[in-house]
Every structure is written in structure tokens, then in C-alpha cells.
Design a protein. Structure first.
Length: 134
């Protein structure tokens, strides 16, 4: 039913039980973020599934890019040759990607406060529909 919010979360069928090592191709910053976040999602919240690994990878790459761009801005300044530093735009784009991925993974306060997805079959009938005249 449109507009109805699900009540809870159900663990995926392929839940990850041990935090996987970070992919070798990630930057140093991205690997550090992978280790930090994978531990939280697997050991504390127990919500990471095989399907989420791509989103986790994207989040870590974006976070690593933000850190790298921020170091470049600190080193070179916001203005280079009279123009805004190119790393500024890259940092903004990476921050947006990191924020979106973090929300998908439930890493933000707002995403943790939202109702989760649940498929327990308890809300399958529409007996509570006030517009149902049958």
C-alpha cells in the first residue's frame, strides 16, 4: 500500500558473519574506513549482507576521496592560479556520494531513526483501510 511504512528489519539471507578484509585496490584512507565501518555493521548491528558489500565499497572509496581532496586543499589552499582548487569539486561530489551510501548502510543518525524494511507477513491484509467499503 502506498505510503505505508514498514515496521522493522529482517536479516538478509546472505548475512555476513565476519567482517571481510578491505579490497586490495582501495586507498589507505578507504581501507581504514572499511575496517572501521565493516566491524560496526557486522559485529555490532549484524545487518551487513553480501548485497551490501558494493555499497560499503562505494562509501569507503568516497570517504577516502574526501580525505585525499581535503589534504590537497590544506596543502595548496582553496584558490590555485586565481581559480577554485579542482579538489574542491571532487571533495563535494565525494561527500555527496559518501552521505548517500552512509544513509543506505544505516550509518547516519537519521537513517537509523527511520522505520526499517520488514517482511513478516503481519501487514498483508487491508482490514485497517478506512476507505475500504467492502
Amino acid at each position: 500500500m502506498r505510503g505505508r511504512k514498514p515496521a522493522g528489519i529482517v536479516a538478509g539471507t546472505s548475512t555476513v558473519t565476519k567482517a571481510p578484509p578491505p579490497p586490495a585496490w582501495l586507498s589507505k584512507d578507504a581501507k581504514a574506513e572499511w575496517r572501521r565501518v565493516a566491524h560496526i555493521l557486522v559485529n555490532e548491528r549484524k545487518v551487513l549482507t553480501e548485497a551490501d558489500l558494493g555499497t560499503l565499497e562505494s562509501y569507503c572509496i568516497a570517504t577516502g576521496t574526501v580525505r585525499e581532496a581535503h589534504r590537497a586543499l590544506n596543502r595548496d589552499g582553496l584558490v590555485v592560479a586565481g581559480k577554485r582548487h579542482p579538489a574542491f569539486g571532487m571533495m563535494n561530489a565525494a561527500q555527496t556520494t559518501a552521505r548517500l551510501c552512509a544513509a543506505e548502510l544505516g550509518l547516519t543518525p537519521v537513517s537509523r531513526s527511520r522505520p526499517s524494511i520488514r517482511d513478516d507477513g503481519e501487514n498483508d491484509n487491508d482490514n485497517d483501510n478506512p476507505l475500504d467499503i467492502s
